[in-house]
Design a protein around this ligand. Structure first.
Ligand code: SF4
Length: 323
């Protein structure tokens, strides 16, 4: 399949009708591996400081099942979340991967990296020579990897783990490593965004990225552009309270300044997303999430009747917003 056709597939396969991208991409990667006599994408998946939401979202995907991704597309060599091996056996596997796959494996990091006090607030292993911090592991693995992919907003930009007062000095992977990091942000990441990015790396190499180093395949447009309530916004017809059917810009919706394809790809096997269930977008794919979106669900200031509804003034786009 040509690269341009794959890009189209990513955009076309974003609905429940066809089980989403993840289900459709596996036959393509399988065929690619056979036709080109290639091996699966070798992956080290390191979970650091996060809530585990990204791997949970990934595990909850019905199309495809997690094991199909592992058996048909990626060779998951080390994962401190998914692997059965523990202790020395696990550590040896990581060391062995660095030697055997130097410059050929993809490092996936899920979670922010605590940097304060030498990174002591996240330890991935204890050895007789002392603890191995996430900071040390990411630096070591990042220097040997072909690609580094940060999944989730914590890994991409620090996210909730680096929210004020950030007592652990947590930061995104790109802030810690002196190399390019592909950010697949979201809290959590949509499994399609992750599977699609890995498939692109396997078959075509690095995808085209936006100015936050995110694949344009999934983050090119704002939520606001494709939101089902957009016609209300255009008519300046805003919700007066949560639960109203109109545009929720008045209730603090971050859709105009947040990029992702949530309105049509949707979540939980592609059936729903926040605005569809009456919840304003909280901007979870953004670099400044969550501090930049907080406090969530803050209604716009109400104006007195003598000043009119105030809507036309209030919904003027700010710099950087897509209306
Ligand atoms: S402001 Fe929010 S609810 Fe309104 S159209 Fe934009 S994304 Fe949808």
């Amino acid at each position: 399949m040509e690269k341009a056709d794959f890009g189209q597939l990513c955009r076309d396969n974003a609905t429940a009708d066809n089980h989403g991208l993840s289900a459709n991409v596996l036959p393509i990667t399988r065929r690619y591996l056979v036709d080109n006599n290639k091996e699966k994408l070798p992956v080290i998946w390191l979970e650091t400081s996060d809530s585990g939401d990204n791997n949970i979202a990934f595990m909850n995907t019905t199309f495809p099942y997690l094991n199909q991704v592992f058996s048909d597309m990626i060779d998951l060599i080390y994962s401190n979340t998914f692997m059965a091996a523990q202790g020395n056996d696990a550590l040896m596997l990581m060391d062995d991967t660095i030697n055997r796959y130097h410059g050929r494996f993809t490092l996936v990091v899920e979670g922010a990296i605590p940097t304060k006090d030498g990174g002591i607030y996240n330890i991935i292993a204890r050895t007789k020579n002392g603890p191995i911090t996430a900071l040390e592991a990411v630096r070591r693995l990042g220097a040997a990897a072909q690609y580094v992919v940060a999944i989730g907003t914590c890994a991409s930009f620090g996210g909730a783990s680096s929210a004020e007062p950030n007592i652990t000095g947590s930061a995104g992977v790109g802030q810690v490593l002196k190399r390019e990091v592909i950010n697949v942000s979201g809290c959590p990441v949509n499994p399609d965004w992750f599977v699609g990015t890995l498939a692109h790396l396997l078959m075509y190499g690095k995808p085209e990225l936006d100015d936050l180093n995110r694949p344009k395949l999934f983050y090119e447009f704002t939520i606001h552009r494709h939101c089902q309530r957009r016609s209300y916004f255009d008519k300046k017809d805003l919700a007066k309270k949560l639960g109203d059917i109109e545009c929720m810009f008045s209730q603090g919706c971050s859709g105009p300044r947040t990029s992702s394809d949530c309105p049509y790809r949707q979540w939980i096997n592609h059936v729903s997303w926040p605005v569809k269930v009456n919840t304003p977008c909280i901007g979870c794919t953004n670099r400044d999430f969550p501090d930049g979106s907080a406090p969530f669900f803050t209604p716009l200031p109400q104006k007195s009747k003598s000043e009119g509804t105030g809507h036309s003034e209030q919904i003027k786009p700010k710099k950087g917003e897509d209306t």
